[in-house]
Design a protein around this ligand. Structure first.
Ligand code: NAG
Ligand code: NAG
Ligand code: NAG
Ligand code: NAG
Ligand code: NAG
Length: 518
């Protein structure tokens, strides 16, 4: 007994000395996994809080296994249900009012300030930062892959299928072997990159931040056909709410004309109602679309699993933090809606999980309201980098700060009382306002409600909201209506609730913070 204890403390002293000598590394690596347009239709998310009971059992063994050793954020919300603004908010930990990014196209460094991004911060702290696939939105939105963020040249996986304008395209094994699909290539590139960074990461010479951005289940849906076997058509069901909410203001609606333009969807573009509220695809096509979407999720689960396995093979698992998120939700026919680009729960609720070795190994599930801007300060704290300060109200010229809250306290106390009371999302309908102004739907999710005000906003690029120029209000009572089918904004029974929600919405995220550290 005595002997064992003393040899243990000897060991501790030895390790501390090795750390001081820089022989044993102290910095954790980061494996930063992303998926495009993936709503939380994942096995690990099953439960009474998943509003739509009509999905098939999902085949997602790898993501489920990651969730089982992670902090699983069951209720994480994006800032905007659109790729570039959502990713920009997550990667800068600043919201659209600050980044001034609501659309695809503008480069965030030229609008909301040339600020330090998440990978850039790790780079500044000595990490080798490698990006591949879709991390920032590609093209002009990221000034072509934001070179400032990475130590290495950026890598894209380019496949032969990119130009195909067919929406649903299962690919046979033989064809995929001859012409690999984009995410199959990407997983290969990620595995190669891990092999390359492993020696220095293990010796403690240089930790890595490897970001791998998968493209599915974003359209177009080309995927290895075998994944359809998990979702036979006859086992699938239509959304329970195949119609727009009762009393929904028209401005809340997104027309999905883009989806009707694919060759295989052309027959459904002929309806005189296309783009109109309550127009949607015929039921048989809806089932096929759901099948393709689920299949793509299982396909990504498989490719992501290969990357995580390689981390294991290389003996890096105990020294690597893994995060996984999908950049926003996706409407699969609910509300007769498709794609994202709304403020409905299905569009702004997205998957997020964080594995921190030695901390979340047994799995921690939290139902607390969390936001995508929270990930940056969380990874920084979990990796032991100098913590971020909360951003001042005008932070354009502050290169390093956060508008989120570190979620590390939830890893040890997932039911923490002192936590934020609401999450904030928004969606801009450009040019749809008074005299060609834009309308932004400012949306807030509290424990019980989703509350949204669509406001006329003047002036590019700051879009100052004119709160009195209201273009539509939505109030959904999640205690009675988790699918958001019934807008109660004009219901006299909700008059007082609405006044309070409106006040809190205008106070914004700072008003919803508890009195805790950032
Ligand atoms: C942002 O700052 C970096 C230096 O940190 C500089 O290299 C880069 O050109 C700047 N980008 C823009 C768009 O101003
Ligand atoms: C859409 O359909 C639902 C259900 O039939 C109906 O309550 C709603 O008013 C419709 N919306 C519009 C704008 O037609
Ligand atoms: C749909 O929109 C995307 C951009 O989000 C574009 O790349 C694609 O070409 C469009 N598809 C069609 C068929 O118009
Ligand atoms: C990794 O950590 C686990 C749990 O702490 C431990 O059981 C295992 O031996 C470790 N593996 C290595 C390779 O150090
Ligand atoms: C930020 O810096 C720019 C350029 O120096 C300046 O014009 C602007 O007023 C500054 N903004 C704030 C909020 O300090």
């Amino acid at each position: 007994m005595y002997l064992r204890q003393s040899s243990r403390s000897m060991m501790k002293i030895l390790i501390v000395n090795l750390l001081l000598l820089g022989i044993v590394h102290s910095k954790k690596n980061i494996l930063f996994l992303v998926s495009d347009d993936m709503r939380p239709n994942i096995g690990a998310y099953n439960g009474p809080d998943e509003p739509s009971p009509v999905h098939p059992p999902m085949h997602t063994p790898n993501i489920d296994a990651l969730a089982a050793r992670s902090l699983l954020l069951k209720r994480a919300y994006v800032s905007v249900a659109l790729c570039s603004p959502s990713r920009t908010a997550l990667l800068t930990s600043r919201r659209p009012e600050t980044t001034h990014i609501w659309t695809i196209g503008p480069y965030f460094r030229q609008y909301g300030g040339n600020v330090t991004t998440l990978p850039e911060y790790f780079k500044q702290n000595g990490y080798r930062t490698i990006g591949m696939g879709k991390i920032f939105h590609p093209g002009s939105s990221s000034g072509i892959d934001d070179p400032v963020s990475w130590t290495d040249p950026y890598t894209h996986a380019v496949d032969d299928y990119l130009g195909n304008d067919i929406l649903i395209e299962p690919v046979s094994e033989e064809r995929a072997k001859a012409r690999p699909l984009q995410d199959q290539l990407l997983a290969e590139y990620a595995i190669q990159a891990l092999k390359e960074v492993a020696p220095k990461a293990k010796s403690g010479e240089q930790p890595f931040f490897l970001a791998v951005g998968f493209r599915k289940p974003h359209v177009t849906w080309n995927f290895p056909a075998r994944f359809m076997d998990y979702y036979p058509l006859e086992s699938l069901r239509l959304p329970p709410n195949y119609y727009a909410p009762v009393g929904m203001p028209a401005i809340a609606w997104h027309d999905f004309i883009n989806l009707t333009r694919y060759k295989d969807m052309e027959p459904y573009h002929l309806s005189p109602n296309v783009g109109g509220i309550n127009y949607t695809f015929p039921k048989t096509i809806t089932l096929q679309m759901r099948q393709a979407y689920y299949s793509c999720i299982s396909y990504i689960d498989y490719e992501l699993g290969r990357v995580i396995d390689e981390l294991d093979n290389l003996g890096l698992t105990n020294d690597t933090i893994i995060s996984f998120w999908g950049d926003h939700g996706w409407q699969l026919g609910e509300h007769a809606e498709w794609q994202k680009m709304t403020n409905f729960e299905d569009a702004v609720h997205a998957p997020m999980m964080i594995h921190v070795p030695g901390v979340t190994d047994h799995g921690v599930v939290t139902e607390k309201l969390t936001e995508f801007v929270d990930l940056y300060p969380t990874l920084v704290e979990a990796a032991g980098l100098p913590k971020l300060q909360q951003c001042p109200p005008d932070s354009q010229n502050v290169s390093l700060c956060t508008e989120g809250t570190s979620m590390v306290p939830l890893m040890t106390n997932p039911t923490l009382d002192s936590w934020k009371t609401a999450t904030f999302s928004q969606y801009a309908r450009i040019g749809n306002g008074i005299n060609g102004d834009s309308v932004i739907g400012f949306s807030m999710r509290t424990e019980m409600y989703r509350y949204t005000e669509w406001i006329n906003c003047k002036g590019m690029p700051s879009y100052e909201p004119m709160w009195e120029q209201l273009q539509g209000v939505e109030l959904y009572d999640h205690t009675k209506d988790p699918e958001e089918n019934w807008n109660r904004a004009d219901d006299p029974a909700y008059k007082d609730v609405k006044v309070e929600l409106s006040r809190n919405l205008q106070l914004g995220w700072r008003g919803a913070l508890p009195n805790i550290r950032v």
